[in-house]
Design a protein around this ligand. Structure first.
Ligand SMILES: CC(C)(COP(=O)(O)OP(=O)(O)OC[C@H]1O[C@@H](n2cnc3c(N)ncnc32)[C@H](O)[C@@H]1OP(=O)(O)O)[C@@H](O)C(=O)NCCC(=O)NCCS
Length: 332
C-alpha cells in the first residue's frame, strides 16, 4: 500500500473590511509612508472593528466558506487545530469556540501557539493524524486579531501588524501529494526580544501591568530581524537540500509575511525569482498565524495539483521552520 500523505484539499480565508493605511498611521504616531514601505513593504493592513469581536469571528466566515467550497458539512470535521497568539480568551481554547460557532459538533480540537510559525507547526501536527489513519478530515486554522495586542502609540510595532484568517482542510492522499517534509525549530533564548509579558501566570493582569503596557506586543525589531533573516532563509534552504530540490523544481515559495526584506533574502538564498514568491504583505501586513494560509487562499487559482511548495516562517519564541508540500488539487 502506498504511503498516506496529508494533502490540502481546500483553502479559504477572511479579512475584515476596515483598511488601516500608512497615511492614517501618520496621524497616530511619528512615522511616514516612505519609511514604512522602504523598511517593511507594508502599505496597509486590515483591522477587525466592533465591540465583542474576537479572533474566532475572523475564523467563522473563513471556515464556513471552506466547508462550502469543499462541499462538506461542519459535522464532517474530526479535528480542529487553531493556530493563534491572540485567542479569544486564555481558556477555553478558541478551537472549541469556533467549533461551537460553525456547528462542528463531532470535532475535538485545541489551540496551538507558536507565534508567527503557528501555522507551520499546526499543519505538521494535523498531518500526523491523517498519516496515522486516525482522522480523515482535519481543519487547520491560522488566525490572529493582532490589533487586540498592538499599542497604537508604539511606532516600532503598530505599523507591522494586521488582522486576518486563513484555513485549510487536510485529507488523506495516496497519490504522493501532501506534506512531504518539515523542519521545525524553537529557541526559548529568543523570548526577551518578542513577547507579551502581561496577562500570563508570570505577570497576571493587574492595574500595574496594564499601566506598564505589559499587555501589548513588545518587539526588539533589529534583533528579531537579524535572527529572522538568516534562520528563515537557512531553514527553507535546508528543507530544499534534504529533498534534493533545485530552484527549478519549486513552483512557489510561500513565506511568512513579516517584512519584505526578510522575504527577499529567503527567496534569494533559495534561488527563486520574484514571480515564484507569494507576497501580499503590502495589503495585509503581518497577520501572524494567518499569513501563510492567506497567501495560499489568494494564490489558489494559480496552484496546480502536484506543484512543489516551500513554506517558511520565523516568529516569536523564537520559532521557525519550513515545510515541503506537494499541492493537492487543481481548482476546477
Ligand atoms: C521593525 C523593523 C521594520 C524596523 O526596521 P529597522 O530597519 O530594523 O529599523 P530600526 O529598528 O533599526 O530603527 C531605525 C530607526 O527608525 C526609527 N523607527 C522605528 N520605527 C519607526 C517608524 N514606524 N517610523 C519611523 N521611524 C521609525 C527607530 O526609532 C530608529 O531610529 P534611531 O536610529 O534614531 O534609533 C524591522 O526591524 C523588522 O522588520 N524586524 C523584524 C520583524 C519580524 O520579522 N518579526 C518576526 C516575525 S513576527
Amino acid at each position: 500500500m502506498s504511503k498516506i500523505h496529508a494533502a490540502i484539499t481546500a483553502v479559504n480565508g477572511y479579512v475584515p473590511d476596515y483598511i488601516l493605511t500608512n497615511q492614517e498611521l501618520e496621524t497616530m504616531v511619528d512615522t511616514n509612508d516612505e519609511w514604512i514601505v522602504s523598511r517593511t513593504g507594508i502599505k496597509e493592513r486590515r483591522i477587525l472593528k466592533g465591540e465583542g469581536k474576537a479572533t474566532s469571528d475572523l475564523a467563522v466566515p473563513a471556515v464556513l466558506g471552506l466547508l462550502e467550497k469543499r462541499g462538506i458539512s461542519a459535522d464532517d470535521i474530526e479535528l480542529i487545530i487553531f493556530c493563534t497568539s491572540t485567542p479569544d480568551m486564555l481558556f477555553p481554547a478558541t478551537a472549541n469556540i469556533l467549533a461551537d460557532k460553525v456547528g462542528a459538533k463531532k470535532a475535538w480540537g485545541f489551540d496551538l501557539q507558536a507565534a508567527c510559525s503557528g501555522f507551520l507547526f499546526g499543519l505538521t501536527t494535523g498531518a500526523q493524524f491523517i498519516e496515522s489513519g486516525k482522522h480523515k478530515k482535519v481543519l487547520v486554522v491560522g488566525a490572529d486579531k493582532m490589533s487586540s495586542v498592538v499599542n497604537y502609540e508604539d511606532r516600532n510595532t503598530c505599523i507591522l501588524f494586521g488582522d486576518g484568517c486563513g484555513c485549510v482542510l487536510l485529507e488523506p492522499n495516496e497519490e504522493g501529494n501532501g506534506l512531504i517534509d518539515a523542519v521545525l525549530k524553537t529557541d526559548g533564548a529568543g523570548a526577551p526580544y518578542l513577547n507579551i509579558k502581561g496577562g500570563g501566570s508570570l505577570n497576571p493582569a493587574t492595574h500595574g501591568t496594564v499601566d506598564a503596557g505589559m499587555h501589548y506586543a513588545y518587539q526588539e525589531g533589529r534583533t528579531v530581524f537579524k535572527f529572522a533573516v538568516t534562520n528563515m532563509a537557512d531553514v527553507a534552504a535546508e528543507v530544499m537540500e534534504r529533498n534534493n530540490l533545485q530552484a527549478d523544481d519549486v513552483a512557489w515559495l510561500v513565506p511568512h509575511q513579516a517584512n519584505k526584506r526578510i522575504i527577499d533574502a529567503t527567496a534569494e538564498r533559495a534561488g527563486l525569482p520574484d514571480e515564484k514568491v507569494m507576497v501580499n504583505i503590502q495589503k495585509y501586513g503581518n497577520t501572524t498565524s494567518a499569513t501563510i494560509p492567506m497567501c495560499l487562499w489568494e494564490w489558489e487559482d494559480k496552484l496546480k495539483k502536484g506543484d512543489n511548495l516551500i513554506l517558511a516562517a520565523f516568529g516569536g519564541g523564537f520559532t521557525w521552520g519550513s515545510i515541503y508540500l506537494k499541492w493537492g488539487y487543481t481548482k476546477a
